[in-house]
Design a protein around this ligand. Structure first.
Ligand SMILES: [Zn+2]
Length: 69
């Protein structure tokens, strides 16, 4: 299943901004449960807040804001 994750071969046609920033797969560093990732779009639609939450430990392991331009 590694074929899709080859960082060197990104099709040029892909939308440059969005998908690249969004972590689609992540696991909790403590219990290795797959994290639940939420993307909350700001009211103006110019920022996305990415929050990774572990349902097992009940903690937020990551919270990042991305600007959309
Ligand atoms: Zn966990």
């Amino acid at each position: 299943m590694d074929t899709l994750k080859t960082a060197h071969q990104e099709p040029i046609a892909l939308p440059p901004h969005q998908k690249r920033y969004l972590t689609e797969h992540a696991t909790c560093p403590m219990c290795e449960t797959e994290l639940k990732i939420d993307h909350k779009i700001d009211r103006n639609g110019c920022k996305v807040k990415e929050v990774a939450h572990c349902p097992q430990c009940d903690v937020c392991t990551r919270s990042v804001e991305h600007e959309l331009h």
